[in-house]
Ligand binder design. Sequence first.
Ligand SMILES: [Zn+2]
Length: 393
Amino acid sequence: MRFADIIGQELVVAKLRSLAEQNRLSHALLLLARPGTGGLPLAVAFAQYLLCDAVQDPAPSLFDSKDSHAMPPDSCGTCPSCRKVSALAHPDLHFSYPVISRKPGTPSLSTDFAAEWREFVGQYPYGNDFDWLQSIGAENRQGKIFAAECIDIHRRLTLKSYEGRLKILILWMPEYLEKEGNRLLKLIEEPPLGTLILLVAEEYGEILPTIGSRSQLVRLPPIEAPSIAKALAARCGTEESRAESIAAMSDGSYREALALLQHHEDDWLSVAREWLNAILRNGPVAQVRWVEEISKHGREKQKQFLRYMCHLVEASIRIQTMGATTAGCQGPEADFAEKLNRVAGLGQLQAMAAEMERCAYQIERNAHAKILFLSLSVRLQHILRDNVVLLIS
Ligand SMILES: [Zn+2]
C-alpha cells in the first residue's frame, strides 16, 4: 500500500512525511481516525514508506548537499521491502489487533489469525473492528487484546530486526487493551532501538490514558466528499453523479460510502416517500405497516436510511435558504427535496433533522427499533401536520 492508494488525507500524509524527513517521529505515534477514514491503510502505507529501499537509501541527487536527506514523496511500490509490506509479510512489520478466543476460556494471539488478517486488510482496508471481528466469526463474542498478546508483543519487538533496519508494530484498536495494556507502557516509552509503534485508534477517550499520553497524536479528519466520489468511480466503477451523491451522504467515511453503494438497490427514496405519505396522508395503519417494514432491516441499514433522510432534509434546507442549484443532489432526489419544501418551513425541517439524528443515535445504542420508529413517526407528524415545532428535549 502506497500513500497514493490512500483516499484523500493529503495533509496527514504530508505531515507524516515531514515528521520522518525531519527526524521528529516519536517512538510511538497514535493515528486517531473515525471508522472509514483510513487510519489502518495509512499506517500500512506509512510503514511501507519507512521500510522502502528507495526511502531508506535515496539515490543521491546532483544538487543535494552532503548531509541533506531528500526523501522521495512516496514508497516505490516495487522494491523487495515494498512488495513484502504490500503482502503484509515483511518480517520487520508486526501487527496486533483484537481477536476472539478459538476455544472458550483460552487466550488467542493476533498471529493465530494472521491469514485472516491479511485477507481482511487486503480486501477491506477501510473496514472497522466490527467488520473484522465478524469476518473471523465472532458473532456475539467480544473481541479482545489478551494479556498473552502483550507478552507476545514484547517478545516480537525485542527480537533483532531481520533486515537490520527499522522494526514497526502496528497496534490496531488499542481501545481493546484492558488493564493488561499497562504492560506495554515501558515498551511505548522506551522501545528497543530502531523500533516504531504505530497505534491506530478511533476513540481517544477509550484508550488507556497512560498509553494515549505517551504517544505522539496525529488526527485524521473525515475524508472530503470529492475524494470519496473519485475513489468510488475509480475503484467500483460507480457512475459520476451517483458517486457524488453517495459521497455527500457518507459523512466522510469510505466504509459508509461502500455500504451505501452496496445497498443502493434498497431504493431508500421509495421508502422515504412511503413514510412521508403515511405520516401526512394515509394515517396510523399505514404508519404502523411502514414501521413493521423498516424494523425488519438490521441496525446498520436503519441508520443508513436515517442518514439518507437527513441528507434529503438538508437538501431542502439548502434549497430554501440558498436556491435550487445548491441542493447537492439531482434528479428524483432533488424533486423530493423540492416537494418537502412545500410542506415544511425552515424551522420544521431543522426539527425533523434533529429528531432523525437523535433516533440514529439511539439505534446505535441498541434501542428497540419498532418503538423508536413509531415514536419518530408521531413526532414528525406533529412537526409537519400541526405546524408546531416540538422542542427537542
Ligand atoms: Zn520500495
